[in-house]
Ligand binder design. Structure first.
Ligand code: ADP
Length: 654
């Protein structure tokens, strides 16, 4: 027997492991099983080149719990280790600057483990004592027994071991007895080892017999050694991809819309399958995340730093040995491989979408509703993706026709270019409540887009920034004639005083609501337009809508909704109202306007008397009410008591 000191330059690595790595202690199982799988694969490689002769026999990795001895064993039939190798790989953990590093990454378990190759030592997070029993594949090798109780000293001696390979025996610490429970271990195996390339056995398969679950003689293999992403796309049918999707996300009811099988050899290695789920709304709730693997070992499902954020809306698996998994997350973003991988995935995703669009436009249109959120999010947050996606991003009009931007511009160019050369795309967010406006637009041969998506407002603003002279305006944001101005504005013959009188008359009967503001404005609209109607300023409304997703401009969100109650002075009913007004001359005392010099001297204001014509409208309240209600009704804003009153008043008028 030999005793020795573990070659750690820091005083004692174990307190560090136990204390700082506490939070993530479950990864010990992943580390030990990865080592066992590596040892098995090394053996297979040696066998394939003829360095190991004969049949390899049983190569399963086994995880065994012994409750009475309170041990957990990971056992493999891999290459094993000689005493020299145990000394070299286990005893001499070569690292420098340990203390400095450990202090820096105190709370980043994976960083410490990866940096020092402490995979094996993570066993000490949950154990009082760890033993290794190993027999190397090498001829004449003697079996070795190593044990260590968490101090910096170990013991090593020859032992008897019949079969080639390594058993790592963990004497589980009393605080961590959950790792002696079948259910805990099963859960961890499922999480980390589900797709490992070597069979992992844990316990026996169970079956139902006489209403009870009983163990069979067959070993329970917990993993699929050739998951879909490791196979050639040509070998896989749609059903295989869907079956793998269900395996990844058993709780997901919807089938994926389509998928991309990634397979990159150069300049880095990357395989995987990305699925496009139906994304209906709500950017935040994404239960099913992309899973990141390293050579089929599960690493994390927090891939935010590895792929652009919008790609995290996708589902599936990415497997790359080239992503430095064991470094801090902030470091990841600046890593060159990670950057390349990220832009490669972006390109692949865009290529796939573009291909789907070109191959079958009708099918792409059918899927559009389900993928638009993803595509728009990508376009808004990733310049490169915007450039690729602008060719296939769709615009849907209220007749259910789809266009890409170029085609849509072409469609509306002739009829919807205003006198200043701006191309005006009209849209609605709700065809029902904009019905009157839409009908008028149709009568003029205008097209109306349906923009009811969660990110449509943001998307439109982006398109305006990127496309000079393209403007989106909601169909009810102004009088139709003003939305697409083709000639100079029509004027009416009424004086400001007359309009002031009409404004006051309407204001006196307008509904008062803290969340709604109505401003009375005048417009010589067409005489076939309604006598009074509501419009809503495009800019203000859009800011308000955008503020729901964006921080920093939330003050828009708190403002009341503002509507213009537009009085159409071209309409005979309004002309009749104005004709019914009476006027009187009044004298009013006002402050005399000051010239610059007076202002500079801060002179006392001088009052003067002016004569004014004041117009009033009386005895018309019923008509004013009726006109206002019609405007509200046409915009879907007449509700409850006001609606009931309108109905009664209408009946009385009849
Ligand atoms: P890493 O796996 O990152 O190299 P570890 O501390 O987990 O770091 O293991 C150190 C070395 O010990 C491995 O590289 C391998 O050579 C050897 N080793 C560990 N476990 C086994 C095993 N089950 N069979 C054979 N060799 C092993």
């Amino acid at each position: 027997m030999s005793k020795g000191t573990i070659g750690v330059t820091s005083d004692n690595i174990f307190p560090v492991i136990k204390k700082f790595l506490y939070s993530d202690h479950e990864i010990f199982l992943r580390e030990l099983i990865s080592n066992a799988v590596d040892a098995t694969q090394k053996l297979r490689t040696l066998s394939s080149v003829g360095e190991v002769k004969g049949d390899l026999g049983d190569t399963r990795v086994r995880v065994i719990i012994d409750k009475s001895k309170k041990t957990l064993t990971v056992s493999d039939h891999g290459i094993g280790m000689t005493a020299e190798e145990v000394d070299k790989y286990i005893n001499q953990i070569a690292f420098s600057g340990a203390e400095e590093f450990v202090n820096k990454y105190k709370d980043k378990t994976e960083a410490i483990i990866g940096h020092f190759g402490l995979g094996f030592y993570s066993a000490f997070m949950v154990s009082d004592k760890v033993e290794i029993f190993s027999l190397s594949y090498k001829d004449e090798a003697k079996a070795v027994h190593w044990s260590c109780s968490g101090e910096t000293t170990y013991e090593m001696e020859d032992t008897i071991k019949a079969e080639r390979g390594t058993d790592i025996v963990l004497h589980i610490n009393s605080e961590f007895e959950q790792y002696l429970e079948d259910a805990t271990i099963e859960g961890l195996l499922h999480k980390y080892c589900q797709f490992l390339p070597v069979e992992i056995a844990f316990g026996k398969k169970k079956e139902w017999k006489d209403g009870k679950q009983v163990e069979t003689d067959e070993e329970n293999i917990i993993n699929d050694t050739t998951p879909a992403w490791t196979r050639k796309p040509a070998e896989l049918k749609d059903e295989d991809y869907k079956a793998f999707y269900r395996k990844l996300y058993p709780m997901q009811m919807d089938e994926p819309l389509f998928w991309i099988h990634l397979n990159v050899d150069y300049p880095f290695h990357l395989t995987g399958i990305l699925y496009f789920p139906r994304i209906k709304n709500n950017l935040d709730i994404q239960r099913n995340k992309i899973q990141l693997y390293c050579n089929q070992v599960f690493v994390t499902d927090e891939v935010e730093n590895i792929v652009p954020q919008y790609l995290t809306l996708l589902h599936g698996v990415i497997d790359s040995p080239d992503i430095p998994l064991n470094v801090s997350r902030s470091y990841l973003q600046s890593d060159n491989n990670v950057k390349k991988i990220s832009s490669h995935i972006t390109k692949k995703v865009a290529d796939k979408l573009s291909e789907l669009y070109k191959n079958d436009k009708a099918d792409f249109e059918k899927k559009w509703n389900d993928i638009r959120l993803f595509i728009q999010y990508g376009m808004l947050t990733d310049e490169k993706f915007y450039e690729r996606a602008i060719g296939f991003a769709q615009f849907k009009n209220i007749d259910g026709e789809y266009y890409n931007l170029e085609a849509y511009k072409e469609k509306i160019k002739a009829n919807q270019t205003d006198k200043d050369g701006n191309l005006i795309a009209l849209y609605t967010q709700n065809a029902d409540s904009n019905y009157t406006h839409i009908e008028r637009a149709r009568a003029k041969g205008y097209d109306v887009l349906l923009m009811d998506g969660e990110l449509d407002v943001h998307a439109m603003s982006q398109l305006e920034q990127k496309n000079d002279k393209l403007r989106f305006v909601r169909i009810d944001s102004d009088v139709l004639e003003n939305l697409i101005r083709k000639d100079e504005q029509k004027k009416d013959d009424y004086t400001d005083e007359q309009k002031e009188g009409i404004r006051k008359a309407f204001e006196s009967i307008l509904p008062t609501d803290q969340k709604l503001n109505y401003y009375v404005t005048f417009e010589a609209a067409a005489d076939d337009a309604l006598p009074v109607f509501l419009t809503q300023n495009e800019f203000m409304r859009r800011m308000k809508e955008m503020s729901q997703h964006q921080q920093g401009i939330s003050f828009y969100g708190e403002m009341p909704d503002q509507y213009n109650l537009v009085i159409n002075t071209s309409h005979p009913l309004i002309q009749d109202l104005i004709a019914k007004m009476t006027s009187e001359e009044v004298e009013e005392e006002v402050e005399k306007p000051q010239d610059d010099k007076q202002k500079e001297e801060n002179a006392e204001p001088v009052k003067e008397t002016v004569r004014k014509t004041v117009w009033t409208l009386s005895g018309q309240d019923e008509r004013l009410h009726q006109l206002t209600d019609i405007a509200l009704l046409a915009s879907g804003q007449l509700k409850g008591e006001a609606l009931a009153k309108f109905v009664n008043r209408s009946i009385q008028l009849l």
